[in-house]
Design a protein around this ligand. Sequence first.
Ligand code: HEC
Length: 127
Amino acid sequence: MIHTAQLRSRSHLIIAAALALVGLAGLACDEDHGGDYPEVDCSTADVKSFAEMTVWGSCTSCHSSALSGSSRQSAPEGVDFDSFEAAMAQADHAAAEVAEDEMPPGGGLSEDAKNELYAWARCGTPQ
Ligand code: HEC
């Protein structure tokens, strides 16, 4: 004897579980769009604060709010790395540019400097 009611509730459970999985996959996918640069395990990474980081020294000769006009060497206005707020607004963008060796122009940033930026951008952009 088949208990139809029981079967039906079970298939509802399966559908609910399937929907939950699809939802999770969607979330994971959204996170990937945070920028095209390496993932970081924030529980083990050495995450430096903005103030402790040295990588900015490779950016602020062009990207600084203290520079204007031609002294910016064509770096877009407002894309600056001399203050925490300005850098935070560009965190994912900056990490992606560095990962692609687009920035600084010509590339050449050390792996340590890149990792410093990836960890900061992935792990909460500490001040
Ligand atoms: C020698 C000057 C110079 C240095 C140093 C430099 N940049 Fe740039 N940056 C530019 C110029 C010029 C542009 C605009 C042209 C372009 O996007 O390639 C730019 C654009 C950018 C953009 C915006 C890109 C876009 O498509 O909107 C980001 C983000 C950026 N730089 C991050 C950085 C970071 C992070 C560093 C340091 C690791 C850095 N830059 C070092 C000159 C520089």
